[in-house]
Design a binder for this molecule. Structure first.
Ligand code: CU
Length: 355
C-alpha cells in the first residue's frame, strides 16, 4: 500500500482509537491526506472492522499522531478522503418545488456508483440553512451514471449547507458538504441568548437532558412527550428510535449520532427516552436536530446546547458513570418552544413546512 492509501487507513484507525469511531459520533475525521489518491487505492483499503488488530491500531496511532486532535472535523470540505461532492445544482428558488442534483466523484474525477447501505439508505443528505434554520434530512435517488437527485423546496431565501453522508464501497465513511444558494430577501434567525433544551413540534414536546463536554463521550437523553404524556411507542426510523445531527456554531462542522440500543434488541425501550453518546471536538455552541418517528410521521426537534471545555471534570449526574443513563442533573424547564418542523411522511420526499 502506498503512502496516500495508507494515510487514509490511518485516519480511519484514528477514529477507532480516539473516538470509538462513527458509532459514537466522533467528530474529528481524518486529515484529507488522500485527496489525490487514485480510485485503485480505495480498493486497497481494508474494511474498517479489520483495523481492530491491536498492532495495526498502535502503528496507525503512532504514525498519524501529527494529525492528532486538530484534524479538521467532517462537514467543512467538499473534498475529503479522496472523494468530492460535485453539485449540479447551485441555486434553487424559495418556496418553489425544485430538484437538487449532485455527484460524488473519486480521485480520478469519475462518478462513484457503488455505496454501502447505512441505516437503510445508500446516502443521507442533510440540508440546513447556514443560520441553522430549515433543517431537512432527505434521501436522494442514485441514477446508474452516478447522479443523485432529490426533490427539494427551500422554504426561504438564504445560503444553505448540504451535507452528503455516505460510505463508498471500498472506501472510508465520508461526509462532504457544499453550499446551495437560495436568492431573495434573507432574514436570518436571531442568535439564541442561551441554551435551548425544549422543543415543541406538532403535539410533541421533546426535552434534551445531559451535558456536552468537549473531547469526551457525553451522554444526552431526548425525552419525548405528547400532550404531556410520555411517548412509549416510538417507531423505528431508519433502524433507530432517533437520529441526532449536531452542527457546530460558526462553521457547521457536522456530527451524526445514533442512539444506544436498537429497536428489537430486547432491552431498548421505544421511548420516552432515547439515549445518545456524543463526542463534540471543542467547547462552544452546537445546534442539535433530533429526527424521530411516531404515528407514521417523522418529526424534527431542534435544540441549542453549549458544550463545556474538556479540561474541567465532566459533570456526572449523581456520581454515576457518564455513559450510564441516569436522571439528569439539570432538568431544563420548558422555555420558548422552537419553531416546529415536520418532515412529512417518510419516503415521500420529506418536505415539511418551515423549520
Ligand atoms: Cu438519512
Amino acid at each position: 500500500m502506498n503512502a496516500a492509501g495508507k494515510l487514509s487507513v490511518f485516519g480511519l484507525a484514528l477514529g477507532l482509537v480516539f473516538g470509538g469511531g462513527w458509532a459514537i459520533g466522533h467528530i474529528a475525521g481524518p486529515l484529507d491526506a488522500s485527496a489525490e489518491s487514485e480510485p485503485a487505492e480505495h480498493a486497497e483499503l481494508t474494511e474498517p472492522t479489520e483495523l481492530t488488530e491491536p498492532a495495526e491500531l498502535a502503528e496507525a496511532a503512532e504514525v498519524a499522531e501529527p494529525a492528532g486532535v486538530d484534524a479538521a472535523p467532517p462537514g467543512l470540505a467538499a473534498v475529503q478522503n479522496g472523494y468530492a461532492l460535485v453539485p449540479e445544482t447551485g441555486q434553487l428558488d424559495a418556496g418553489t418545488a425544485g430538484e437538487y442534483r449532485f455527484r460524488i466523484t473519486d480521485g480520478a474525477g469519475s462518478a462513484v456508483t457503488r455505496f454501502e447501505i447505512e441505516h437503510d439508505k445508500l446516502l443521507h443528505l442533510i440540508v440546513v440553512r447556514r443560520d441553522g434554520a430549515h433543517f431537512r434530512h432527505v434521501h436522494p435517488e442514485l441514477a446508474a451514471d452516478g447522479t443523485w437527485s432529490v426533490p427539494l423546496t427551500p422554504p426561504a431565501a438564504g445560503v444553505y449547507r448540504v451535507f452528503a453522508d455516505f460510505l463508498p464501497e471500498g472506501g472510508p465513511k465520508t461526509i462532504l458538504a457544499a453550499d446551495l444558494q437560495v436568492p431573495g430577501d434573507f432574514r436570518p434567525v436571531s442568535e439564541q441568548a442561551g441554551e435551548h433544551r425544549t422543543a415543541t413540534v406538532a403535539d410533541y414536546q421533546v426535552r434534551l437532558d445531559g451535558n456536552l463536554t468537549a473531547g469526551t463521550s457525553s451522554t444526552v437523553h431526548a425525552v419525548v412527550t405528547r400532550n404531556g404524556l410520555p411517548v412509549t411507542d416510538l417507531q423505528p426510523y431508519l433502524d433507530a428510535y432517533g437520529h441526532l445531527v449536531a452542527l457546530r456554531g460558526g462553521d457547521l462542522a457536522y456530527l451524526h449520532v445514533h442512539p444506544e440500543g436498537e429497536p428489537g434488541d430486547g432491552h431498548t425501550p421505544a421511548g420516552p427516552r432515547v439515549t445518545f453518546a456524543i463526542e463534540v471536538p471543542t467547547p462552544g455552541r452546537y445546534r442539535l436536530y433530533l429526527d424521530f418517528q411516531h404515528g407514521d410521521r417523522v418529526h424534527t426537534a431542534e435544540f441549542v446546547v453549549d458544550a463545556r471545555p474538556g479540561a474541567s471534570a465532566p459533570p456526572t449526574p449523581a456520581g454515576g458513570e457518564p455513559s450510564e443513563p441516569s436522571e439528569p442533573s439539570e432538568p431544563s424547564e420548558p422555555s420558548e418552544p422552537s419553531e416546529p418542523s415536520e418532515q412529512g411522511v417518510p419516503g415521500q420526499g420529506e418536505h415539511g413546512h418551515g423549520g
